[in-house]
Design a protein around this ligand. Structure first.
Ligand SMILES: Nc1ncnc2c1ncn2[C@@H]1O[C@H](COP(=O)(O)OP(=O)(O)O)[C@@H](O)[C@H]1O
Ligand SMILES: [Mg+2]
Length: 401
């Protein structure tokens, strides 16, 4: 996919985006490439995990996430590029000399060892004396809240508890960085959410740098101080959860991180034209004239009565309700902008946003966009298919090819 540049319409957000914390890097990956046979799995991947921070590598299955982790852990060798732990190249270090802790999806606990023995294992192979080992193991058991389960075997504890043991086993020998490969995906949703919060709090408290790998955008948002989005072996964008969600640089990022309206438009000097009756203001000279895409989230769309103008910075004129679906906390509304124009795509990355009856292939022309309202807005101002509304945007960003 072609690289696209993003133009922020909020100068203050741009300033925020430019502010990178000046922290010593725990892990630096520079220009990493890797092929398996003819397949290029990683293409010029670079990122940094700052000291005490967590970075989430987010991408679809097969995008190269596990390969990245295996290269860092020394389980695989790169074709090109460099990996540094605390500024030191790991090129000549074998896997077991790299001092990284890896937590896999299946936890890989030793079935014939108790919880306490599992936690002490990494210390034992590093030659830590038994009394010191016992002391650290006790501390770890308290840290993960499993002191009373110390003599149980892995099959006698739950998946969430096994995950805690795997993390304690890695933390025990004070790794330079913790690497989590889809570690939460096998857990039931309730356990997963609870454990994620605990792990995040624990890592913050201990200031252990971590690289999480996941295909789950909600998990990425929750765990990452920064998120790096990987698409077919290439990094599309790296930023804080706020930056990648609200100021996506590519269509892939915009649509992967949740539902997004992506509308083809034309940039003129000082304005973006969705259709001849719909112009969005942009800062003078911030986008070169030519074809662009306007991206906005369903929750950035505001609907009001046809007689009024929505109290938003960017009015979009009149629209007609095509479909309404209530999902509990929120209501999804499909709106056709009455006038010319063509919808490029509506992404449905999250099942919670799925309406089940997307009006994409309507007989009538006109841009169809998705709006998300709170249940209170829905109650206050009820909408039904065929109703006329006024449409406005709170926020949008512009993708330039
Ligand atoms: N050892 C290997 N030999 C050949 N192909 C591999 C090997 N490991 C991974 N791949 C391929 O590399 C691609 C990326 O795999 P992986 O890094 O595991 O993706 P992810 O973890 O993002 O799902 C996949 O197409 C996979 O089949
Ligand atoms: Mg994987």
């Amino acid at each position: 996919m072609a690289r696209q540049t993003m133009v922020s319409i909020f100068p203050e957000m741009k300033a925020f985006a430019d502010h990178t914390p000046d922290l010593e890097a725990a892990l630096t990956v520079r220009n990493l490439t890797k092929s398996f046979g003819a397949e290029r799995v990683l293409d010029d991947v670079s990122f940094t995990v700052a000291e005490g921070e967590s970075l989430v590598l987010l991408g679809h299955s097969g995008s190269g996430k596990s390969t990245t982790l295996r290269l860092i852990a020394g389980l695989e060798h790169p074709d090109g590029g460099e990996i540094f732990l605390h500024g030191r190249s790991v090129e000549r270090l074998r896997a077991r000399d790299r001092n990284v802790g890896v937590i896999f999806q299946n936890y890989a606990l030793f079935p014939r060892m108790t919880v306490a023995e599992n936690i002490g294992f990494g210390l034992r192979i590093r030659g830590v004396k038994s009394h010191k080992r016992a002391e650290i193991t006790d501390r770890m058991l308290v840290l993960i809240g499993l002191a009373e389960h110390r003599d149980k075997y892995p099959w006698q504890i739950s998946g969430g508890q096994q995950q805690r043991v795997a993390i304690a086993r890695a933390l025990a020998y004070e790794p330079d960085v913790l690497l989590f490969d889809e570690s939460f995906s096998a857990l039931d949703p309730q356990t997963r959410v609870g454990l994620r919060r605990d792990i995040r709090a624990l890592l913050r408290r201990l200031r252990v740098p971590a690289l999480f790998i996941t295909h789950d955008q909600e998990e990425a948002m929750e765990l990452g101080d920064h998120i790096a989005i990987l698409n077919r072996g290439r990094l599309e964008q790296t930023g804080t959860p706020d930056q990648v969600y609200n100021e996506p640089k590519t269509e892939f990022v915009a649509t992967f991180l949740g539902a997004a309206n992506v509308v083809a438009a034309i940039a003129h000097t000082g304005a973006i034209e969705l259709d001849p009756e719909r112009l969005l203001p942009i800062r003078y000279n911030s986008v070169n004239p030519g074809p662009v895409k306007v991206v906005f989230r369903p929750e950035d769309v505001v609907l009001s009565t046809p007689a009024s103008t929505p109290e938003t910075p960017y009015p979009l004129g009149r629209g007609e309700i095509v479909d309404v679906s209530f999902t509990g906390a929120s209501e999804a509304v499909m709106v056709r902008l009455t006038g010319k124009g063509e919808l490029s795509s509506i992404s449905e990355a999250r099942s919670q946003f799925q309406t089940g009856s997307l009006q994409r292939s309507s007989a009538r022309s006109g841009i169809v966009i998705k709006a998300l309202r709170t249940k209170w807005d829905a109650r206050h101002f009820g909408l039904h298919p065929g109703d006329a509304v006024s449409v406005g945007l709170r926020h949008f960003s512009v993708l330039v090819d």
